[in-house]
Design a protein around this ligand. Structure first.
Ligand SMILES: Cc1cc2nc3c(=O)[nH]c(=O)nc-3n(C[C@H](O)[C@H](O)[C@H](O)COP(=O)(O)OP(=O)(O)OC[C@H]3O[C@@H](n4cnc5c(N)ncnc54)[C@H](O)[C@@H]3O)c2cc1C
Ligand SMILES: *[C@@H]1O[C@H](CO)[C@@H](O)[C@H](O)[C@H]1NC(C)=O
Ligand SMILES: *[C@@H]1O[C@H](CO)[C@@H](O)[C@H](O)[C@H]1NC(C)=O
Ligand SMILES: *[C@@H]1O[C@H](CO)[C@@H](O)[C@H](O)[C@H]1NC(C)=O
Ligand SMILES: *[C@@H]1O[C@H](CO)[C@@H](O)[C@H](O)[C@H]1NC(C)=O
Ligand SMILES: *[C@@H]1O[C@H](CO)[C@@H](O)[C@H](O)[C@H]1NC(C)=O
Length: 520
């Protein structure tokens, strides 16, 4: 309570009061003892606990991080079953000089929810929200409260079983955690009609950097509520639960997938797609995956096959779509189909290969000559792909400062570069050979957004910059380097202002956390 009062005073009086800071030297033993007084022992695992390793790797998706995470493990993993455990972990951490990292689905592309890039410089504990995964749907109001530890598949399932006329615009991969997804935006095949996942957040509850529970957006204040809807995870507090707006979906949706080789005109089809896809009706989204000198067009239409085939035949005859390409199904079945290739709903999550991803935004269409070079980009061993996600529709009608996510009306589409390789087991090659992704990304600089070259925070990429700490606090200048690329200069500055108000002491800190804005 005292620190809420302090925070209110800071904004009310409009001047800066130094925040109580983290204990100057960390004492791990005292930290663990402190936790044990408020959190039941079965919810706290240390590296000595028999199932610690299994828990640590349980939601690691990228094989690249298994060895680093297990070699330099967190002091402990707390698996809260209610808010008071999260509050206790933050309070004990602050009191005894131990930082915490929060993990929801564990899908962070750089593993920042459970590993530190410089593990020796700072001890940390992990708060793993996997046990907080309730979904409560109110079909009458078309809203749901969903806990951060739920996956988007959990949300899809509960929404559709509560009322098959409702859905939620989120990602393609059902195993992604809501905590990270909503914190950083959330793109998917309904965003052209309904915006990002984060655009559909109505309220939230969170634990702040002092261990206080902020029960709703009023308790957060407008600026903090703005910041948590796209400003990136791990910056402002630990969001426990989100109230989301559900959206109408028809009883039948149509999905199709068409592959074109270069001989079949893939280059010119992708060239045309760049301006066509963002301009299509917003209930039709076509994304493209470019891989092995082919283009795979994948489409979701919110309606029946018979209604979409004529549109596509007239506007995109190069695809040659026929009724035979359509797969009609329920929206819930589609959410499984697009990721797994069939519509069985419940799956378990497996460790993937060694992966590195990067992202770009395209504002001006590339020529077919450029696309030809991309299709033929040399690649000997590792395998690579490009995922192209069209914007336009609702995405173009939301202002760049409505949420921290700035990539709106100026964008034609997002490119995600993906390279995976066989790192040959634990501790294997941390970078791919050949570095297909790095050389292609360098080549692409001339064709994509500039000053700054933009990127999507949920496709986190530490190559674009990492923080340095000066005088105990993350340097704003170091944060600007990567932060302006994810959020644009104005939104980044505003995020840093929010950070100064709610976490001036920089308790929630990682390699790419928003720094507090300096006073002058
Ligand atoms: C296979 C796969 C498919 C993907 N598909 C899509 C897609 O279709 N669309 C899309 O937009 N993105 C997609 N992503 C990216 C995904 O949105 C991000 O990686 C997202 O941050 C993952 O959330 P998480 O909770 O699973 O991850 P975590 O690793 O748990 O968290 C990510 C970050 O958020 C922080 N964080 C986690 N929980 C909280 C919380 N409760 N409060 C505050 N901070 C928190 C973490 O500390 C970390 O910094 C995909 C990722 C993968 C691996
Ligand atoms: C931590 O505190 C305990 C007493 O609570 C003390 O015995 C121990 O030496 C301290 N460790 C460090 C590293 O300061
Ligand atoms: C949280 O769990 C603890 C047990 O660890 C219990 O004592 C407490 O009442 C619970 N709090 C709430 C708000 O449910
Ligand atoms: C990279 O992107 C692909 C395709 O979206 C995704 O399946 C994969 O999980 C991503 N990478 C990482 C590091 O997880
Ligand atoms: C499928 O998953 C949902 C949500 O996670 C769960 O509620 C349901 O019981 C599962 N169904 C089966 C058949 O396992
Ligand atoms: C690019 O398009 C032009 C005109 O549409 C065509 O003449 C040319 O052959 C195409 N080039 C490639 C590489 O496909």
């Amino acid at each position: 309570m005292a620190s809420i009062a302090l925070v209110l005073m800071v904004c009310f009086l409009g001047f800066f009061v130094p925040a109580p800071s983290l204990a100057s030297s960390s004492n791990d033993t005292d930290f663990l003892r402190c936790i044990s007084t408020s959190v039941p022992s079965q919810l706290v695992q240390t590296p000595n606990s028999p199932s610690f390793r299994q828990l640590l790797v349980s939601s690691i998706r990228n094989a690249r991080f298994v060895a680093p995470a297990t070699a330099s493990p967190p002091l402990c993993i707390v698996t809260p079953t209610n808010a008071s455990h999260v509050q206790a972990a933050v309070r004990c951490g602050r009191r005894h000089g131990v930082r915490v990292r929060v993990r929801s689905g564990g899908h962070d592309y750089e593993g920042l929810s459970y590993r530190s890039v410089h593990p020796n410089s700072e001890a940390f504990a992990v708060i793993d929200l996997a046990k907080l995964h309730a979904v409560r749907v109110d079909p009458r109001k078309a809203t749901a409260w969903v806990d951060s530890g739920a996956s988007i598949g959990d949300l899809y399932y509960h929404v559709a079983t509560a009322d098959p006329r409702l859905g939620f615009p989120a990602g393609v991969c059902s195993t992604v955690g809501l905590g990270g997804l909503l914190s950083g935006g959330g793109m998917g095949l309904m965003m052209r009609k309904y915006g990002l996942s984060a655009d559909n957040v109505l309220d939230a509850t969170m634990v702040d950097a002092y261990g206080n529970l902020l029960a709703d957006k009023k308790a957060m204040g407008d600026d903090l509520f703005w910041a948590i809807r796209g400003g990136g995870g791990g910056n402002f507090g630990i969001v426990l639960s989100w109230k989301v707006r559900l959206v109408p979906v028809p009883p039948t949706v149509t999905f199709f997938k068409l592959a074109k080789t270069m001989d079949q005109g893939a280059v010119n089809a992708v060239t045309k797609w760049q301006t066509l896809a963002p301009a299509l009706p917003d209930d039709l989204t076509i994304r493209v995956i470019v891989e092995n000198r082919r283009a795979n067009f994948e489409a979701l239409y919110l309606g029946k096959c018979a209604a979409v085939v004529p549109t596509l035949r007239s506007r995109f005859p190069e695809l040659g779509v026929t009724h035979a390409d359509c797969k009609e199904m329920s929206w819930l079945q589609y959410t499984a189909y697009i990721y797994y290739g069939d519509s069985t709903i419940n799956r378990s999550m497996a460790l993937g290969p060694f992966i590195k991803n990067k992202s770009d935004y395209v504002q001006k269409a590339l020529t077919n000559e450029t696309w030809e070079k991309i299709f033929l980009w040399p690649k000997d061993a590792a395998s690579g792909q490009l995922v192209l996600e069209p914007h336009g529709g609702r995405m173009g009608h939301i202002a760049a400062n409505d949420t921290p996510f700035p990539h709106r009306s100026s964008v034609l589409y997002n490119i995600q570069y993906v390279e995976h390789w066989n790192g040959k087991g634990p501790g294997g090659d941390l970078t791919p050979t050949p570095n297909w992704i790095g050389s292609l990304y360098d080549f692409m600089a001339q064709f994509v957004s500039k000053n700054p070259r933009a990127a999507y925070v949920n496709y986190r990429d530490l190559d674009i910059g990492v923080n340095t700490v000066v005088g105990g606090v993350t340097s704003y200048e170091s944060g600007k380097v990567w932060g302006e690329r994810y959020f644009g200069p104005a939104n980044f500055r505003r995020l840093a202002e929010v950070k100064r108000r709610v976490d001036a002491g920089d308790y929630f800190r990682n390699e790419q956390s928003v720094p507090p804005l300096p006073l002058n």
